[in-house]
Design a binder for this molecule. Structure first.
Ligand code: ZN
Length: 247
């Protein structure tokens, strides 16, 4: 099985508050006698993306300076659904999953936020985030990095809530994967493999990814394996203009 964890980019897609709006439009269009070409304006930290250490720490590597091996490896998903809004995920929360959080795994944190990705005040400002205490726990467990199904590793709106975990994890050259969707099927405690290769943007602190997880060994098969996702909810699909005929 291969799982697509990517959240879609589209006109007005949800993103960390206070940034210029996401925009995607047809620049020219096959139904009007041209080849179809889109023009996109997105912040690098919107939609499913990875953070490079340079994002918070200017002396550390950018996206284009990191080796490919930074962006793939073993992974495990843990279930953190049901936490209070704006909760700082701490060491005690993570210790409940201690047997899974080990051995250089990428830890994928399911808060449930990725299932309700909409431009609502709650989604945009109230997600449970990684606290500095929780980040230190992840470092002590020796993980490869973490992914979260919310807009950022850190929280909103307090400055320290946003920066503490970022600085600790990026300072230790850990991978941060943000704004993903985590299917419930991954919450079975099984170790799998993930890859989230960034678009090669020179000298950037972050970049968009197509984030995928698969059952170990599945991609070596000769025939394509069954796919789960991506999930584009109806409410989102309604906001994506698909033009097959002239407007
Ligand atoms: Zn980011």
């Amino acid at each position: 099985m291969i799982y697509d964890l990517s959240q879609p980019h589209f006109n007005g897609a949800p993103q960390f508050p206070g940034q210029p709006p996401n925009a995607t439009e047809y620049q020219q269009f096959a139904a009007e006698g041209e080849a179809t070409v889109e023009r996109c304006t997105f912040m690098t930290h919107s939609g499913s993306h990875v953070d490079a250490p340079f994002h918070y720490l200017p002396e550390l590597p950018t996206i284009s300076e990191l080796p490919l091996a930074h962006f793939y490896g073993p992974c495990v998903a843990i279930d953190l659904q049901g936490m209070p809004d704006e909760h700082g995920i701490n060491a005690d929360d993570l210790r409940k999953h201690e047997s899974l959080i080990a051995g250089n795994a990428m830890v994928l944190l399911k808060t449930g936020w990725g299932d309700r990705r909409r431009n609502t005040k709650r989604f945009l400002t109230c997600w449970p985030y990684m606290s500095g205490d929780g980040a230190q726990y992840l470092l002590d467990r020796g993980v490869k990095g973490m992914g979260i199904d919310a807009l950022s590793t850190g929280g909103y709106p307090e400055k320290h809530a946003e920066s503490d975990a970022h600085k600790l994890l990026l300072g230790a050259n850990k991978l941060l994967l943000e704004d993903i969707h985590i299917p419930n099927a991954l919450l079975d405690g099984k170790r799998r493999f993930f890859m989230a290769l960034p678009i090669l943007i020179a000298n950037a602190g972050g970049a968009w990814v197509r984030a995928v997880v698969w059952d170990t060994g599945d991609l070596e098969r000769e025939s394509p394996v069954e796919q789960v996702g991506p999930v584009i909810p109806d409410a989102v699909a309604a906001q994506i203009t698909l033009m097959r005929e002239p407007a």
